[in-house]
Design a protein around this ligand. Sequence first.
Ligand SMILES: [Zn+2]
Length: 177
Amino acid sequence: MVTRQSMINPRPAQGPTLTQEHAWSVAATVTDPELPVLTIEDLGVLRSVAVHGDHVTVTMTPTYSGCPALEAMCDDVTLALTAAGYGTVDVRTTLTPAWTTDWMSDAGKRKLTEYGIAPPSGRAAIGQGPIRLRLAVRCPRCGSLDTREVARFGSTSCKALYECRSCLEPFDFFKVL
Ligand SMILES: [Zn+2]
């Protein structure tokens, strides 16, 4: 446990130094309650961290506005940083620029595949045009590209339900946004 005293007179043996890098690494451990394999860093939801003394401001961009998981993620970030020794935590959300699947890290995409969810493929279209680049969705189980969309909405609204024609398994596809 980090006491106020150790924060005023930090001793290397006791508790971490409250730096931006440290605060980022703590916030980056928080996972998305809808996708527990992914951290908010993997998702690209964690945008910035600023530390002033023992006060930390975290800025996050939800995967889509009205994402029900956002509130839980904000609470978890506050809890994690408070437990790590930060006195006050201010979590802000910003919707501009809007989150895009391009922000998802390669590590995040790998974890999604291992979890059985096809990661977003290709890139989001530039601007708000109706035409989006659509690549074949690869089955996370057998790797086949012979897949088809079964339902536009899977277990959550950011996923679509797909079916693989090779191994006949259904799977979730994280939609490209
Ligand atoms: Zn398959």
